[in-house]
Design a protein around this ligand. Sequence first.
Ligand code: AOF
Ligand code: ZN
Length: 394
Amino acid sequence: MSQPIPRDEPPPAGRAADLAHMRRAVELAARGHGTTSPNPVVGCVVLDASGRVAGEGFHAYAGGPHAEVVALRAAGERARGGTAYVTLEPCDHTGRTGPCSAALLEAGVARVVVAVGDPNPVAAGGAGRLRAHGVVVESGVLAEEAERGNAEWLTSVRLGRPHLTWKYAATLDGRSAAADGTSQWITSPESRADVHRLRAGADAIIAGVGTVLADDPRLTARPSGDAPDPGAGRRLLRVIVDSDGRTPVSARVLDGGAPTLVAVAHDARATELEARAKELGRLGADGAAEVVRLPRREPYGIDLHALLAELHRRQVVSALLEGGPTLAGSFVREGLLDRVVGYLAPALLGEGAAALGPAGVTTIAGIHRLELEDVTPIGPDLRLTARPAPLKEK
Ligand code: AOF
Ligand code: ZN
């Protein structure tokens, strides 16, 4: 049943059209997902004065033209007197490219509809400048969808740390390893291929040293099937949380195939590791390794907040946490998780390690509640995507 429309809202046709065009802009923005880091994903639709679509655009890679500029170019003279729908407030600064506020003014756009305000203090202010020049600006249209599509970048700018996704694979009874510790291939090849797509969309993969010692993973993103080459133009940073410097110098993560950061505690003995990092540096490998020393903090070994701050400094906007129930539990306990992606195989173990280690919950009142965002069958498995439930307002 439809609700009566309050008098102060725009006419239904106008509002429905606004939502439809913004939905399209959000769709366009998503095309840049995985290639714009450390910049946001942004989409833009420009209408002519009579309301017909005149141009579309999205931001494709950092340093490239902004979504507004791409759409305005496509629209040309038809933008005059028209409307622009943008998923993020137009920028008002000259960075790698010129200000979009100025481009919109020059094109003669009469109305700008924005989904989400720009939290980046350096670039924000576009809405204000447009209004000051007589352009009608409306904000908050389809904000929730646009926020979700840009969650990584918005988190990184707002919180000053990378957006963190924890990925795990488990049986239906929530176990990631059998009683003897064997853990390979719980989920299907289809799920494993999907994980590579996840990795390809991230700037860094984080794993604990326990995983390195147990499985010696490569932690790279391999292209799979018809997926586009995920390595194109960007190297995924491998991050090993290794407070005591136990990563063997022969580990695959130190093979020089991709850059690696080994995070050890400030007082760790890591002479051999540091020597290996120097050696990789001399080879001039794309896969240089670095040992970084961070404050020690029990019970985790290193201070996880300091680790994320270090990654933020290195322009890691989104990180994927893999490997290590203990490490994952620690991040949950610290409230540092933004998304959970679980691959559940229709199988049972009955014994063996749980997917998540201690997460600071001792009684049911402390449960970490999540909200499901998506449920998709992947081959014979199920992929669940969830995020922490927003705190209820009192
Ligand atoms: C983008 N693409 O479509 C829009 C952005 O590094 P720059 O000079 O390209 O500027 C990046 C800032 O511009 C970015 O942090 C955001 O605040 C704003 N808008 N950025 O990369 C776009 N519209
Ligand atoms: Zn811009």
